[in-house]
Design a protein around this ligand. Structure first.
Ligand SMILES: Nc1ncnc2c1ncn2[C@@H]1O[C@H](COP(=O)(O)OP(=O)(O)OP(=O)(O)O)[C@@H](O)[C@H]1O
Ligand SMILES: Cc1ncc(COP(=O)(O)O)c(N)n1
Length: 270
């Protein structure tokens, strides 16, 4: 039976990040995608012009409608925008969700705009991250969550240990913000797994974090371990960045391209 994945995230009007990137990833990887929209953004590849939060009643309404009919096999959260929304989503998932949960603690867009209120961070730490199968901060987000500066790979590991103290089952610190390579670190409380990646020379990285966390949700829905899901998701994302490097959309940070995967032999990805 087809696997069903749910994204709880913000809408990106230009289609490169947020719910739109998540649904494209779910489809490209052969799953059925569903969405609960937490905020609307008016943005493009050059910047975010406006953000409007969806009401808490409407967020609860979307989640209730989904769960009363279709049980997700995996869930991911993206931009949650404000403290109330983090609390609402955590409260709902606590009582309704049994599927693997990937928490991408989106704080700032590639273009520099803030996508999360400062007061929401405490709710992430106390309510949502403890429910996560995997939390996927980039380096600046990992600094905020761990309370320490990250300059070296050793720092990434130490920060991962501190974030594990918040209660998730595993943490993946993404290295896209490092200058020389794109190496990610996964820590499951016992072992550090390193996913080395070549840094592709392109400014077209809009939606990388959203795409990675959605691909992780897909592979967890399909029953892969967190470690295997991380390897497969990075492979999918790297293909999508490589294609974006030669296929620019928009005038700023172009979106990653999901089309690279269509027509690929599915078996070869495993
Ligand atoms: N230029 C690049 N070349 C190869 N991989 C990259 C590049 N930039 C980012 N990545 C990879 O993309 C994933 C997302 O990493 P990043 O640190 O950019 O997260 P993020 O900041 O949350 O993403 P976003 O920019 O969408 O918010 C990681 O697996 C990272 O290694
Ligand atoms: C709705 C929404 N969610 C997430 C991001 C982060 O993605 P990026 O850092 O690639 O801009 C975004 N820009 N917009």
């Amino acid at each position: 039976m087809i696997k069903k994945c749910l994204t709880i995230a913000g809408s990106d009007s230009s289609g490169g990040a947020g719910v739109q990137a998540d649904l494209k990833t779910f489809s490209a990887l052969g799953t059925y995608g569903m969405s609960c929209i937490s905020a609307l953004t008016a943005q493009n590849t050059q910047g975010v012009d406006k953000v409007e939060n969806v009401s808490q009643a409407m967020i609860r309404g979307q989640l209730a409608a989904i769960y009363s009919d279709i049980v997700p096999d995996a869930v991911k959260t993206g931009m949650l925008s404000c403290r109330e929304t983090v609390e609402t989503v955590a409260g709902f998932l606590e009582s309704h969700n049994q599927a693997p949960l990937v928490v991408d603690p989106v704080m700032v867009a590639t273009t520099g705009a803030r996508l999360l209120d400062e007061e929401a961070i405490i709710s992430y730490k106390e309510r949502l991250i403890p429910l996560a199968t995997l939390v996927t901060p980039n380096i600046p987000e990992a600094e905020v969550l761990s309370g320490m500066a990250i300059h070296t790979e050793e720092d990434m590991k130490q920060a991962a240990e501190k974030i594990m103290g918040l209660g998730p089952k595993a943490v993946l610190i993404k290295g896209g913000h490092k200058v020389h390579d794109a190496t990610d670190f996964l820590y499951d409380g016992e072992t550090f797994h390193v996913f080395r990646g070549e840094k592709i020379d392109t400014e077209n990285t809009h939606g990388t974090g959203c795409t990675l966390s959605s691909a992780l949700a897909v592979y967890l829905a399909q029953g892969y371990s967190v470690v295997r899901a991380a390897a497969l998701a990075k492979k999918y994302l790297t293909g999508a960045i490589r294609k974006a490097a030669v296929e620019k959309v928009g005038h700023g940070h172009g979106p990653v391209s999901h089309f690279w995967f269509y027509g690929n032999d599915w078996g070869k990805m495993k």
